[in-house]
Design a protein around this ligand. Structure first.
Ligand code: AMP
Length: 234
């Protein structure tokens, strides 16, 4: 747990997470959000919630999400631009699932320059395909999108089978977590998103995190690196 002075500094960090589906980005982002109070901008969550709410731009994205393909860049850029303009993002934020292509990364750079909010650090959660397939196969999500709790049948089961510990809603498997769609998502990640590792390495923003360890070990590693980054003025 960071001390009070460090927590205050951490309100001004802009963090971006890279990593394949199932690498644990969402879980770590939720913990960071709870500890630091920073908004967690997950484009996957924004799309899923928007589809449930019947928002026009999210409904346009539905066929892509259902098939495990990427939603077109112009639509995603529009969605994230609107979200970054909201007042809770005026200091720090955690980006999870955006950018996912080089054009999205370049647009994000432009947006952040105009907002005068440069990225502080980028974490790349490194996990091999075998671990990912095992994690996703057992993943269960709370059906209440506003709650968003995530469980794992074996590694993090709910107290009552099939029921969310936090809000009591039924748990369900995400339709894009079915094996064939996961294969497609991993292929898309390797082709279109993995090149961002080089993009942010060149900009000296990237830190690799071994995402195959326990949630607590990964979180401690992220916090250590975040404090180093803040102390270095990042
Ligand atoms: P996630 O919850 O991050 O795994 O995202 C679920 C799905 O939402 C992805 O498989 C894509 O179809 C879509 N999606 C989320 N973020 C993006 C993005 N930045 N660019 C394109 N599609 C996205």
């Amino acid at each position: 747990m960071a001390d009070q002075a460090m927590l205050t500094k951490l309100l001004d960090v802009r963090i971006l997470f890279l990593g394949p589906p199932g690498s644990g980005k969402g879980t770590q982002c939720k913990r960071l959000k709870a500890e630091l109070g920073l908004p967690h901008l997950s484009t996957g969550d924004i799309l899923r919630q928007g589809i449930v709410d019947g928002k026009a731009e999210c409904l346009k994205a539905k066929t892509y999400v259902d098939s495990g393909n990427l939603v077109p860049d112009d639509l995603m850029i529009l969605i994230i631009r609107e979200r970054l303009a909201q007042s809770d993002c005026h200091r720090g934020f955690i980006l999870d699932g955006f950018p996912r292509t080089l054009p999205q990364a370049k647009s994000l750079d432009d947006m952040l320059v105009s907002l005068k909010l440069p990225l502080s650090c980028v974490f790349n959660l490194v996990v091999n395909d075998e671990v990912i397939v095992e994690r996703i196969a057992g993943r269960l999500n709370c059906s209440n999108a506003k709650c968003g709790a995530v469980y794992h049948k074996k590694n993090a089961p709910p107290k009552v089978l099939g029921i969310c510990d936090i809000c009591g809603s039924p748990l369900q498997q995400r339709s894009d977590d079915l094996p064939d769609i996961v294969k497609e998502r991993l292929k898309v990640y390797k082709e279109l998103t993995a090149p961002l590792i080089g993009y942010y390495t060149e900009r000296k923003l990237l830190t690799e995190i071994d995402g195959s360890r326990s949630q607590d070990e990964i979180y401690a590693d992220i916090m250590r690196n975040l404090e180093t980054c803040v102390n270095a003025g990042g």
